[in-house]
Write a protein that binds this ligand. Sequence first.
Ligand code: DQA
Length: 143
Amino acid sequence: KNILIIHGPNLNLLGRREPEIYGKTTLDDINRKLSAISLAAEVRLDTFQSNSEGELINRVQQAMDDETDFIIINPAGLTHTSIALRDALAATGVPFIEIHLSNIYAREVFRHKSYFSDLAIGVISGLGAKGYELALQFALNDR
Ligand code: DQA
């Protein structure tokens, strides 16, 4: 099994970016934890972060040809704006879970709209870094 984790814009700053909202865990911490879980489960895990919409779209497109079975994605700010990244996920047909560290429904109204949720298998929002682990467990055990 091949699982792809995608982190959108500004998530490279996790740990020092508005920690009262996003927590103190860094992106490296999250990726390391997910890698350890995958290693134990003998699953291949690839992680990718970019601040560029185009690079994110290119990486999602690549999933069509690299035998990715499942995607876990936090589109970050692009959640609320990017029809193009949504279209890329739709094009791949690869099942995905949408993750948000914060509860986007408890925040500004402009965060309540997601271009991804109706295509996702499911959405985890507000459980912090734990959300990624729960999504990975689902991908490993329930898919
Ligand atoms: C986020 C929520 C988005 O609204 C925001 O733009 C982010 C992070 C989250 O993980 O809570 O960058 O996706």
